[in-house]
Design a protein around this ligand. Structure first.
Ligand code: FAD
Length: 314
């Protein structure tokens, strides 16, 4: 109640007991006690400080494009950065607040003749989510253009982290390890030379490949699993005979078996059962343990698969 009074008094936008499926690209997720929409980084820090002081369970999210939220929802505050979305391009340097949409920035950068973010044109997330995940596609990754970021440390003090401080690796960053909150970031791109195909052409090619390969007409959270070394999750799931397999309203995509799609009012547990099935079947057939790339919020009845014979996947 105290937290709610603070939200009302401070004038920060929020929703109470609202379904998170309205926020997630999966269109799945039960109610959150509070969904909070700070408009600037000052409000974000203030909400986090109050939530911490009052011991309110909370998570910072961006566009919820890589998240499966439990059907039971979240008994706390989901703090979304989507309204903290300023960015500017100055020469080959891009400064962006946490909630700016990566695909918009990438498009503007391509139009300005800058190369390095063409891969990101179809990624439907914010800068915060993209740095947290070290998002990537078509041989590009956030770490390749990342210069520095301002993040909040565990005491909610702003600190500046450079590229090596971030411990980037495949779909991984220090933000994930330490649950640090990103406020803003700076990317440094390169000017395309005359010999290169233009960044816009390259971005269009990436978008075309996406449209051809990915089930973009259904709600999803993108690739469900990380790519195993020297292999592809989608191919393994397809080879295991699971392409098109449906549980409830969720389905392993016919178009790309690495995606689970919400075909008909799917529940989060439907998705979790498909994740378990894909992990177990692929492990039993090929000895490879698929690790989820998507992040989970809330409590689930269906566990992730743990091999009985230990973690010795190939
Ligand atoms: C159709 C489709 C295609 C996709 N294609 C790709 C692709 O090609 N490559 C790829 O890498 N991903 C892809 N994704 C997944 C997703 O878009 C990316 O991971 C994206 O970067 C997530 O950003 P977000 O703002 O939606 O983050 P969210 O999903 O909101 O959050 C993801 C994680 O980041 C954390 N987080 C978010 N903001 C912050 C912040 N400011 N500070 C600290 N932590 C934060 C959250 O707590 C959460 O753990 C795709 C998804 C869809 C639906």
């Amino acid at each position: 109640m105290e937290f709610e009074m603070y939200l009302k008094d401070s004038g920060i936008d929020f929703l109470k007991n609202h379904p998170l499926k309205d926020l997630t690209t999966f269109k799945i997720g039960g109610e959150a006690k509070y969904i909070v929409f700070p408009k600037n980084t000052k409000q974000l820090i203030e909400v986090l400080t109050v939530a911490k002081d009052k011991a309110i369970n909370h998570v910072v999210v961006g566009n919820c494009s890589n998240i499966l939220v439990s059907d039971k929802g979240f008994d706390g505050a989901i703090i979304t950065t989507v309204k903290i979305d300023f960015f500017k391009i100055d020469g080959n340097v891009i400064e962006a607040e946490c909630g700016a949409m990566l695909s918009q920035i990438a498009k503007k950068a391509c139009e300005a003749g800058l190369k390095g973010l063409e891969f990101a044109v179809g990624i439907p997330g914010t800068v915060g989510g993209a740095v947290y995940m070290n998002a990537g596609a078509y041989d590009g990754e956030i770490k390749d253009v990342f210069e520095w970021a301002e993040v909040l440390d565990e005491n909610l003090n702003p600190v500046k982290l450079g590229r090596t401080d971030m411990r980037f690796s495949y779909r991984h960053s220090r933000l994930k390890e330490e649950k640090l909150v990103l406020l803003k970031t700076v990317f440094c791109l390169q000017y395309a030379s005359k010999e290169d195909i233009t960044p816009l052409q390259k971005a269009n090619e990436c978008s075309k490949r996406r449209r051809e390969k990915q089930p973009l007409s259904y709600p999803s959270a993108g690739s469900v699993f990380k790519r195993p070394p020297n292999n592809f999750a989608g191919k393994l799931i397809e080879d295991a005979g699971l392409k098109g397999y449906r549980i409830g309203g969720a389905c392993i995509s016919e178009k790309h078996a690495g995606f689970i799609v919400n075909v008909e009012d799917a529940k989060a547990e439907d998705v979790r059962r498909l994740i378990y099935l894909a992990q177990k079947t692929v492990y039993e057939k090929f000895g490879i343990l698929l690790e989820p790339e998507i992040q989970f919020i809330g409590e689930f009845e269906t566990p992730l698969f743990v091999p009985k014979d230990g973690q010795n996947s190939r």
